[in-house]
Design a protein around this ligand. Structure first.
Ligand code: ATP
Length: 517
């Protein structure tokens, strides 16, 4: 199966099993806006809880807030978003399609790099065990040429972005002979800047309305509350403020399902530290965050760090945690050392002193900031894409069968336990309902009596339920049930009195948080 097919299947599965629906679907949807369904909302809430608890419960010096989406317009002047939060766009005159110039160039670079990978693959097959990949990459004429070409284009693009040279961006597109994927032509307009913030008006009287923005990131809500939290929480530096909330960006290249949306959710934490210690804290937070990801058990090789060569004007170090999505390694989380830029800007624009008196240093300063910022929806996508598996199985009657199983980390699974009466009679439904009603205070449980037991198992596999409990006639005699494990499909007999213990051992948030230790 190609990665494109796999991605299509995951998208279709998410819809079929109530994880994600296109927004306003009966009106044919709204570009890059999605709704979470009955299964998806449970997974999303569990991811939020995992992040929140790992930040706020596990760290004595991290506390949380929930700030409003609307903020005073000066916030976005101070943060630089009004003037600089924009993408370089280019239109194709024939197809009338609009693209991000940097994305067109990056795709061109990626194609060149794909060619390198294909050369390496071919050579690996040819040379077998004696193949030395590093040597081949360094010496093969064609590969070296491709590498040089990719690097030259990347350097030109980075320089053009850094110096805001829009003409040069266009020139790179021309020089690389990049064609519009839709019309196939190279009939390009100039490159222009396009601000990504959504604006709206607050107030009803025409002369007193205020132009406000839907926040494009949650971080500014933390910065403008820094003094409030520090003072009322009597926080001592170093300390952090965490927040989960919606953000909005009028993305032009809005595709790849929930990877890039116009309305999405972020989980951000700003950690305030004394100047001069920021790079040490930056490394610490990189370690903490990668451990948080790896604890999920989706496979350590699916994560890698990507260090930014081109830093934003306010940062003195930045890395992304990239995840291997079905369409390749892409940014999942950003960890940035943002210096004192944001607090200094808010001090300047608000005229309020935003400083901290450090009793140990016996001096006042503007704290420096380390930010960890992860997209909740991208995190969701990373989990469902790693969890999705199609498997061939042998049925009890010997026939071959298939199942789709979502190997969602048990602590994040939307439903932890399904309680299934073997048949819909003889008092089994009543017994199963009683078990469910006892356990529903501890876990998200589902009761299902419709269709054959095999079909019910498949439905639970498809939403990633770690345990199915079957109530049969023996249950009525000795209060034992069959527990089926999602991943191995093994079944065991256990007393009802032990269910709570068995299920919570693997599915509790505690078991996952302890791995962050
Ligand atoms: P990208 O380069 O992919 O546009 P970014 O560098 O602009 O992302 P940040 O501003 O650092 O992203 O935002 C932090 C996190 O928020 C990202 O790592 C990503 O997980 C998430 N995120 C950003 N934009 C979107 C979006 N349009 N849809 C979904 N998640 C997003």
């Amino acid at each position: 199966m190609t990665s494109e097919d796999l991605f299509k299947k995951i998208t279709a599965h998410c819809k079929e099993y109530g994880f994600i629906f296109p927004s306003s679907e009966i009106y044919d949807g709204l570009g890059a806006v999605y709704d979470y369904g009955q299964t998806g909302v449970e997974l999303k809430n569990n991811i939020k809880k995992y992040w929140w608890d790992a930040m706020v419960l596990l760290n004595d010096n991290v506390t949380g807030i929930d700030s409003a989406i609307f903020m005073h317009p000066s916030v976005w002047k101070a943060s630089g978003h009004v003037d600089a939060f924009n993408d370089p766009l280019i239109d194709n005159r024939d197809s009338k399609k609009r693209y991000r110039a940097d994305v067109l160039i990056e795709e061109h670079i990626r194609k060149t790099e794909d060619r390198i990978d294909r050369e390496v693959e071919k050579a690996a097959k040819r040379f077998g065990d004696s193949f030395d990949e590093a040597l081949f990459r360094a010496t093969n004429g064609r590969v070296v040429e491709y590498q040089r070409a990719a690097e030259t284009v990347r350097n030109r693009m980075n320089d053009a972005l850094k110096s805001e040279n829009l003409e040069e961006l266009r020139q790179i597109i021309i020089d690389c002979e990049i064609a519009c994927p839709v019309s196939g032509s190279r009939n390009w307009t100039e490159v222009r800047r396009f601000n990504l913030m959504f604006a709206t008006e607050m107030g009803s009287a025409a002369d007193s309305t205020l132009r406000v923005y839907l926040r494009p990131e949650t971080a500014q809500g933390i910065f403008v509350n820094y003094l409030n939290v520090q003072k009322t929480g009597r926080m001592k530096i170093p300390f952090g403020i965490a927040q989960i909330g919606k953000a909005f960006r009028n993305e032009i290249v809005a595709r790849q399902f929930i990877f890039r949306m116009r309305e999405f959710e972020q989980m951000e934490m700003q950690f305030f530290v004394p100047p001069g210690t920021e790079l040490e804290w930056y490394e610490k937070w990189k370690d903490i965050r990668i451990k948080w990801h790896k604890a999920l058990g989706l496979g350590d090789r699916k994560y890698r760090f990507h260090r930014h060569e081109k830093l934003a004007h306010y940062a003195n170090a930045a890395s992304d945690i990239e995840f291997e999505f079905p369409f390749g390694f892409k940014e999942l989380e950003g960890i940035h050392s943002r210096t004192d830029f944001d607090l200094s800007q808010h001090q300047k624009y608000s005229g309020k002193k935003i400083q901290y008196f450090d009793p140990e240093r016996n001096e006042s300063y503007t704290p420096f900031v380390i930010e960890t910022s992860i997209g909740l929806d991208r995190m969701f996508l990373s989990i469902v894409s790693a969890a999705y598996a199609e498997e061939k199985i042998d049925r009890e009657d010997g026939a071959a069968d298939e199942r789709v199983v979502m190997r969602i980390p048990p602590a994040l699974a939307p439903v932890k336990l399904a309680v299934l009466p073997l048949v819909k009679k003889d008092g089994l439904p009543e017994k199963a309902t009683a078990i469910k009603n006892r356990l529903k205070f501890e876990f998200n449980c589902q009761y299902d009596e419709k269709d054959s037991i095999g079909k019910r198992y498949r439905r639970q596999d498809a939403i990633g339920t770690p345990y199915c409990v079957t109530v049969d006639h023996q249950t009525l005699e000795d209060d034992t049930v069959t527990i089926r494990h999602r991943d191995t499909m093994e079944q065991e007999r256990a007393p009802i009195s032990r269910l709570s213990e068995i299920v919570s051992e693997k599915t509790s948030m505690k078991s996952l948080l302890e791995k962050n230790g």
